[in-house]
Design a protein around this ligand. Structure first.
Ligand code: PLP
Length: 450
């Protein structure tokens, strides 16, 4: 079979039998599935042999880059020794035990206990149950409300979608969880009007206080937020936002959940986004970069306040997944973290490649479509706008973004369009030359879009 035949063969089967996540099937069938067959470093390759610089690290997850043999070897070795055993009913496997210690070491102070799951969504489901159980045990079972933000993304399970603030998901059964309410997001560029970013950060944070007052503090259990909203378009909050959110949580004795599924594991130039924004969470769900996506694994880090109640007063916490702390996934996560530590990947994002990424992306600011370039570490958002001076958005939201995303693919670079915000989150191992190449291809895509 030549390459063309192979591609057609896979596309036919794919269209006949495979239901894709977050994909318009008619559009997919029109274009034909892009079948990705291999990857190395920061490049992926499709079934026609075309290479793309992966500016998204898969789905914000392949932090150490593709093709690291050590991770495959860790999985292989563990699968031969003990491919599976659960952590239920007084048992534990050794990679899960070891990983718990390492996670307690690298996560912010005070987060010393870990509960394992398999995806970011499951981690957030776990968080919901922990919040409810915490307040039950504290004798305040009426504290059932969790406050989140519009345009937040917290996953696709019923709990994850309900916590998230994506209206398209809510419209399809994604708002079934009771007692989740959404306040405005701190998106200054798009929604800040004439306010300064600092004023807008305070204004949007105070929406939390307004909502608590409206519901009654004795009915609110927690606030959840991504340090930087990823899938919402890389919304980097103004500097005033998180300090004010924390002041309010403290004042009303509300649990603070920092969803680190994207920001965790070096993305923002620290191990966790909570360090970058000086957030002190009570609960911290994380996934993706934990194993660099080589095998599925996620976790919730639990701070002392909640751990004390859940461990000492709960008896049995009636929650868990067959694959919580899967030994092969835990072994891969351990090896992933070892590599990140040994190769000082997080320090490199903070001191070297992160600042270089920003400097090079800044060169795109002169482009007529690029309203701004906003970065922290190796995550970036670029709003495409109708009028740069007034920050005016396009009339039909998402149309130009989609054109630009497709132009990126044509130019051999993977970026994602969140509405009209182009976003980037490349593997942390990206080199200076590869950053240059990424920016060159992105400029070509912007030119093709204009
Ligand atoms: N939380 C955040 C912040 C995410 O970005 C995501 C996925 O992108 C999730 C949760 C859900 O993770 P998963 O897709 O692994 O369920």
């Amino acid at each position: 079979m030549n390459n063309f035949d192979k591609t057609a063969y896979w596309q036919d089967i794919d269209q006949a039998h495979h239901i894709h996540p977050f994909t318009d099937t008619a559009d997919l069938n029109n274009r034909g599935t892009r079948v990705i067959t291999s990857a190395k470093g920061v490049f992926i390759e499709d079934s026609n042999g075309k290479r793309y610089l992966d500016g998204m690290a898969g789905l914000w997850c392949v932090n150490i880059g593709y093709g690291r043999k050590e991770l495959a070897e860790a999985a292989y070795k563990q699968m031969l020794e003990l491919p599976y055993y659960n952590n239920f009913f007084q048992c534990a496997n050794t990679p899960a035990i070891e990983l718990s210690k390492v996670l307690a070491e690298i996560t912010p102070e005070g987060l010393n206990h870990v509960f394992y799951a398999n995806s970011g969504s499951e981690a957030n489901d776990t968080v919901v149950r922990m919040v409810h159980q915490y307040w039950n045990l504290k004798g305040k079972p009426e504290r059932t409300h969790i406050i989140s933000r519009k345009n937040a993304y917290h996953g696709s399970t019923v709990a994850g979608a309900s916590l998230g603030g994506m209206s398209g998901m809510h419209a399809q059964g994604g708002s079934l969880l009771r007692d989740v309410v959404h306040i405005d997001q701190p998106y200054w560029y798009g929604e800040g009007g004439d306010h300064t970013p600092e004023e807008f950060g305070l204004l949007t944070a105070r929406k939390l206080e307004e909502k608590i007052e409206e519901l009654g503090a004795d009915r609110v259990g927690a606030f959840i937020g991504e340090p930087i909203q990823g899938a919402g378009g890389v919304i980097i909050p103004p500097s005033t936002y998180w300090p004010e959110i924390q002041r309010i949580c403290k004042k009303y004795d509300i649990l603070l959940i920092a969803d680190e599924v994207i920001c965790g594991f070096g993305r923002t130039g620290n191990w966790f986004g909570s360090e970058t924004f000086d957030i002190k969470p009570d609960l911290m769900p994380m996934a993706k970069g934990m194993s660099s996506g080589y095998l599925p694994i996620s976790a919730v880090m639990v701070g002392e306040r909640v751990a004390d109640v859940l461990i000492n007063q709960c008896g049995e916490f009636t929650h868990g997944f067959t694959y919580s702390g899967h030994p092969a996934a835990a072994a891969v996560a351990l090896e992933n973290i070892r590599i990140m530590r040994d190769e000082k990947m997080v320090e490199r994002v903070r001191d070297d490649i992160g600042p270089y990424f920003r400097k090079q992306l800044d060169t795109l600011k002169d482009h007529p479509l690029a309203g701004a370039v906003e970065t922290v570490g190796l995550i970036a958002g670029m709003p495409l706008v109708d009028d740069k001076k007034t920050r005016k958005a396009f009339d039909k939201p998402g149309t130009v973004g989609t054109i630009c995303r497709d132009a990126c693919v044509a130019n051999g670079v993977i970026s994602r369009a969140c509405g009209d915000r182009m976003v980037l989150s490349p593997p942390l191992c990206i080199t200076h030359d590869e950053v240059d190449e990424l920016v060159k291809r992105l400029r070509a895509a912007l030119d093709d879009t204009a």
